[in-house]
Design a protein around this ligand. Sequence first.
Ligand SMILES: [Zn+2]
Length: 99
Amino acid sequence: MNCPVCGCSETSVTDSRPTRHAVKRRRKCLQCDFVWTTYETTVNTSDFNRIVSSARARLEKAIKDMGVIRDYLEGMDLETRDDEDEMESELLICSDKCR
Ligand SMILES: [Zn+2]
């Protein structure tokens, strides 16, 4: 394991203890003395691939949703530029409902 600060591969484990789902280890870099904690667990390949596929699908959906939101906001911007009075009255209606 490489140090997350300097990238040195020479590290030592200063503490190691089991937790419910992993092994918690305190590691120290022998070059820069940075100390950090790792949680190590075993993941079988099929679980890992399933997790990666799920994360990818959620990321793709989020990117698509962002595009839909962007398109919607761009559409709103074009409409309100032409009719600012209408936008103002919508805001007044909204603030009346909120009271
Ligand atoms: Zn280091």
